[in-house]
Design a binder for this molecule. Structure first.
Ligand code: ATP
Ligand code: FE
Length: 333
């Protein structure tokens, strides 16, 4: 089963061809970052327009790289939400048009289900059940993947997502957008010597809160400014990153141990962070857990992960009709 997948939920226009959910034949990603950077974040209207300009070319490039024509495609996978509504509509309309024209099944995919499925590509032997720490720009979850396409949310954030916290702290430090990679780079030059708070949420041991940490960083910077001191950007970046990583790793490991799940995977843009990966790897090893992580290109938005998720949905009979609509907010289940 060769699925042509399309992903346009935020600021990357991406198309891919994935065979049987695991083998990536092509994965083309056209980034719009240059157009959004001067605004310090993604401008939804610009994102929709840029997707419109790029989508046809990106799809054709994905087919070319897979050495395929539309005739050889067995199904179309597409992100229908959550995300920016105008951006989603561009990919979804293209997917519907292709599905109708070539008379092949359309499979709508939840964006976060896509992020999780990147792990089926990363480790060809991975099968549920496993635990997945989802850390993206808009979502933070500890999810038990009970079976293919079957999820149970064990923990979630009460305010900012992990990626959002990286982006906001980076902006405060004047490091630009996107914040995660910028913080990671500066953190590598600093020391994690500042004690930022690690929030605990009473009665919800696997939930997260990052807004207090963000405010603590802001207060630290303002206090230093008022005292006329320099801002130790590298040390702040390293200390903030450590605080986030420690809390993510602690909770994911504790959840795996409590629920007796032997494998932990990570997903979403923040999963590209090397310190998170190394800390998780080491802590999993110490606790006798198996750790799986997608390569960085499969952590941030890409269509290959959507192609993987679409295959497993198709296998279980989840086919969409041409009335499928884009949704800005939809729960994982
Ligand atoms: P969502 O998937 O929740 O809808 P999104 O698609 O915008 O949101 P992703 O593409 O999954 O988010 O990830 C982007 C986020 O990951 C951004 O917040 C970015 O700062 C963060 N990020 C990317 N690389 C790194 C890194 N190396 N370290 C930390 N954070 C990172
Ligand atoms: Fe994403």
């Amino acid at each position: 089963m060769r699925i042509l997948a399309i992903e346009t939920s935020c600021d990357d226009t991406s198309a891919a061809v994935v065979q049987d959910g695991r083998q990536v034949l092509s994965n083309v990603i056209s980034s719009q970052i240059d157009f959004h950077q001067k605004f310090g974040g993604v401008v939804p209207e610009i994102a929709s327009r840029k997707h419109l300009e790029a989508v046809e070319l990106v799809i054709q490039e994905a087919l070319d790289r897979a050495e395929m024509a539309f005739d050889n495609v067995d199904g179309i996978g597409v992100t229908y939400g959550p995300g920016l509504i105008g951006a989603l509509l561009v990919g979804l309309s293209s997917a519907k048009a292709i599905a109708l024209a070539i008379d092949k099944p359309l499979i709508g995919v939840h964006h976060i289900e896509g992020h999780i499925s990147a792990n089926y590509i990363a480790d060809q032997s991975l099968t549920p059940p496993f635990l997945c720490l989802v850390v993206s720009g808009g979502h933070t979850y500890i999810v038990e993947v009970e079976d293919y396409c079957k999820y149970r949310i064990i923990g979630k954030t009460h305010d900012d997502a992990a990626g959002e916290a990286f982006d906001k702290v980076a902006r405060t430090l004047g490091l630009g957008y996107p914040g995660g990679p910028a913080i990671e780079k500066r953190a590598a030059l600093g020391r994690a010597i500042i004690e930022f708070p690690k929030p605990v949420i009473r009665d919800h041991p696997y939930d997260f809160s990052f807004s207090g940490l963000k405010t603590a960083v802001l207060n630290y910077i303002n206090t230093a400014r008022q005292k006329g001191q320099g801002i130790p950007v590298e040390d702040i970046a390293a200390s903030f990153q450590k605080a986030v990583v420690d809390v993510l790793v602690d909770k994911a490991i504790n959840a795996a141990l409590e629920y007796n799940i032997g494998t932990i995977a990570v997903a979403g843009g923040v999963a590209a962070n090397v310190v998170l990966k190394e800390t998780m790897d080491e802590t999993c090893r110490r606790n006798g857990l198996r750790f799986i992580h997608p390569q960085p290109i499969l952590c941030t938005d890409n269509a290959a992960m959507i192609g993987s998720a679409a295959f497993f949905k198709w296998q279980r009979g989840y086919i969409s009709d041409l009335f499928l609509n884009a949704e800005a907010n939809i729960p994982l289940q």
